[in-house]
Design a protein around this ligand. Structure first.
Ligand code: GDP
Ligand code: CA
Length: 321
């Protein structure tokens, strides 16, 4: 059965940046030949339901129903649930829409029945007509903690959505992911992929947790597939989000070159923006093939072109091996 065949292209993904790219990738190749391993380090219970922010962003985007302005949530969703909870005195900084809430409530009910996070993600993507496979990096709890000055620790969603991403970051704690087991199908997908992509996602808190799950980094290093990443940094700054604060806090250079250095030996290819063309030579010098193109995905057409260039680089690397 075609749907059980291993996916040709496997992508590692966080939320918004990844989803924008994946929306282009499904226009550049058959969506059923794609599998995505999604970060679950951002998962957290809100209002009594299990929210998987990155899994839901990727699913809603590939289903064509994401709120495009925000990049997350469902287009046209209402907020009666959080507004009502707010009126009753609950903290409502995590603005979960009503339909979004229903999906997360479904997830929680299924978990209560003993169904794993991976099978539930698969149900949810099928129910929304998404042809690409969506795998969770792990079914075990993997909360990413951000450590701030004074040893203050907060969950990543508290850091980002509640506290507005302050810049006194001293560390990022991935120890839960480091003790977790890979999600169903993850190691198999890595072993059988023809191409492995790291989406233009936050390298520290989106791709980082996936690579921290024991066995994942090793499987990618051992995979026959070329590994190609797309830089989430353009002109020395993230397009959106706290990647700069987290990278700086951990002592990494905030640049296209800095992200490539973070991924290190895992990379065979790297796609960076025309604004960062002067970083290509340094990346090439570390033995990584590069492509320099427009990577700011202002439209689905640009995302599709970016996906085509990325696949072409992977094909060229495979052909030269
Ligand atoms: P999150 O989990 O929602 O934060 O999403 P990701 O980790 O997948 O993506 C966040 C990263 O996406 C940020 O570092 C952004 O710089 C990057 N990003 C967002 N939009 C774009 C874009 O159009 N082009 C590129 N190259 N990166 C982008
Ligand atoms: Ca995220």
């Amino acid at each position: 059965m075609a749907s059980d065949a291993p996916a040709r292209v496997l992508a590692l993904a966080g939320g918004v940046g990844a989803a924008r790219f994946l929306a282009g990738l499904v226009r550049a190749m058959p969506p059923e030949d794609i599998a995505v391993i999604v970060n679950t380090g951002d998962d957290m219970d809100f209002y009594g339901v299990h929210v998987s922010p990155d899994v839901d962003i990727v699913t809603y985007t590939l289903a064509g129903r994401v709120d495009r302005k925000r990049g997350y949530g469902i287009e046209g969703d209402t907020t009666a649930i959080v507004d009502t909870l707010g009126a009753l005195g609950h903290e409502t900084w995590f603005r979960l829409g009503d339909r979004d809430f229903a999906h997360c409530h479904h997830r929680s009910l299924r978990m209560r029945d003993g169904v794993g996070l991976g099978a539930i993600a698969d149900e949810l993507r099928r129910a929304q007509g998404v042809a690409s496979r969506i795998l969770v990096m792990s079914e075990d709890p993997c909360p990413t903690q951000v450590v701030l000055a004074g040893e203050r620790r907060v969950h990543f969603e508290e850091y980002l959505a509640r506290d507005g991403a302050p810049d006194d970051v001293t560390d990022v704690d991935l120890s839960a992911a480091q003790r977790a087991r890979p999600g169903p199908g993850v190691l198999d997908a890595i072993a059988h992929a023809e191409t492995i992509l790291f989406c233009p996602s936050n390298p520290i808190v989106s791709i980082g947790p996936i690579l921290a799950v024991p066995g994942v980094r090793e499987a990618i290093a051992a995979a026959r597939a070329p590994v190609v990443a797309i830089s989430p940094i353009i002109g020395g700054a993230p397009v959106k989000g706290p990647a700069d604060r987290l990278m700086r806090g951990l002592g990494h250079e905030v640049s296209a070159r800095g992200v490539a250095a973070l991924y290190g030996d895992l990379l065979d290819g790297y796609v960076l923006d025309t604004r960062d063309a002067d970083h290509a030579a340094a990346v090439e010098a570390s033995g990584v093939r590069t492509t320099v193109v427009e990577t700011l995905m202002r439209s689905p057409e640009i995302a599709t072109d970016l996906a085509r260039h990325t696949l072409a680089l992977a094909d060229a690397i495979r052909a030269s091996e």
